[in-house]
Design a protein around this ligand. Structure first.
Ligand SMILES: *[C@@H]1O[C@H](CO)[C@@H](O)[C@H](O)[C@H]1NC(C)=O
Ligand SMILES: *[C@@H]1O[C@H](CO)[C@@H](O)[C@H](O)[C@H]1NC(C)=O
Ligand SMILES: *[C@@H]1O[C@H](CO)[C@@H](O)[C@H](O)[C@H]1NC(C)=O
Length: 344
């Protein structure tokens, strides 16, 4: 059996995921516990960290339901174990074809049974820095360098791009140093030093943004999480300033885990993420989520969930969409540039 990976078949690129399920739906469906043409199979129960459980797709969820479900998924995504999920997975090995490239003896996780939060049935590509990730296994080929542009989460087709290897990457791009945490080695930590709303840098305690490998505190970039989560003091400061800028004339309401929503058209201020050596000003499409029906719109961020990730700021896919995000591991840097990659 040969696995053929097509970017178009993936709806989520999980940068933080370590255990990998890659393949087209057809390949995944026949993914065997014991591959006939490959080596031994190892039974694992999420010993390698995050791995998204597959679940039944819920029928036509409401918008608020969708947001609530996504928030629950986001909350559990980065945890090193799934408290409320049970997973049964096998490690398989096979030849993986990526466009014209061939990866021999590629090791990937094959989920056999999973309960808990839903994951895309197409699987997850592990672009983290852990030893089992796609990136680590193809280091000789792609030099641990890649970039992606995620399309709008509303786009029906995955129209974004994933570029593997050093060739074709943007040469002139704003970058910030990549930080490594030996305790959470698959995550892409960066040094976020502040947040600006409009022209005002919101006031947050330095400790809320500081990188601390011992506690896991700091900021990571993660495409497997949908909405940015900020540690409570940072989120509250940002939210309060956004509310102040929008003005008291509009009534604030909550919806599906978001606490700063308006049911009328309001003027949202731009939000700028300040990193060591790099500023990223997010336009409204990266800051605000609009309901499909009606006029309600919400600040598409939330406070970090309780648990091990309470101290972690996660810059998620909604905030990255329509940007080229470059992960240059050998040179220890991450780059950001606007790029429109959502096809109509
Ligand atoms: C999505 O892409 C597929 C394959 O490129 C195409 O056949 C299909 O029509 C597209 N669907 C939409 C809604 O654009
Ligand atoms: C908007 O929210 C306010 C306050 O909750 C409410 O009084 C008003 O009826 C709502 N308007 C619409 C159009 O839903
Ligand atoms: C993060 O950036 C700030 C400001 O440039 C600097 O003082 C601090 O040492 C940096 N932290 C790390 C872990 O690089």
């Amino acid at each position: 059996m040969a696995l053929r990976m097509s970017i178009a078949a993936m709806s989520v690129l999980a940068v933080a995921a370590v255990l990998v399920v890659a393949g087209t739906a057809a390949a995944a469906a026949s993914c065997p516990a014991t591959p006939p043409d490959a080596g031994a199979t190892l039974q694992v129960s999420h010993a390698f960290g995050p791995c998204s459980p597959l679940g039944a797709e819920s029928a036509a969820p409401s918008w608020a339901g969708f947001l609530a479900e996504q928030a629950a998924r986001d909350a559990s995504r980065l945890l090193l174990s799934y408290a409320d999920s049970s997973l049964q997975a096998a490690l398989s090995q096979d030849t993986l074809a990526v466009a014209g490239d061939v990866v021999k003896a590629y090791t990937f996780g094959c989920l056999q049974r999973a309960t808990g939060t839903a994951a895309p049935p197409q699987g997850l590509l592990g672009l983290g820095r852990g030893p089992l990730s796609f990136l680590s296994q193809t280091k000789d080929m792609y030099g641990a360098t890649f970039s992606y542009c995620l399309p709008s989460f509303k786009s029906l087709n995955f129209s974004g791009t994933l570029r593997l290897g050093r060739n074709g990457q943007p040469r002139r791009i704003k970058t910030t140093p990549l930080l490594a945490n030996p305790h959470r080695s698959s995550l892409y930590y960066v040094n976020m030093t502040g947040i600006r709303v409009g022209k005002k840098v919101v006031s947050v305690p330095a400790s809320a943004l500081a990188f601390d490998p011992a506690t896991g505190a700091g900021t990571v970039l993660d495409s497997g999480t949908m909405f940015t989560r900020l540690v409570a003091p940072v989120y509250l400061a940002l939210r309060d300033e956004v509310r102040r800028r929008v003005g008291a004339a509009a009534a604030v309401s909550s919806l599906g885990g978001f606490d700063t929503c308006y049911n009328t058209t309001v003027a949202w201020p731009p939000v700028t993420l300040l990193f060591d050596g790099m500023q990223v000003t997010l336009p409204e499409e990266n800051v605000v989520i609009h309901t499909t029906y009606g006029t309600t719109s919400c600040l598409a961020m939330a406070a970090a969930p309780d648990g091990v990730n309470t101290v972690l700021n996660v810059i998620a896919s909604m905030q990255q969409q329509n940007h080229r995000v470059l992960f240059d591991v050998p040179n220890g840097r991450v780059g950001f540039a606007r790029e429109s990659c959502t096809a109509a």
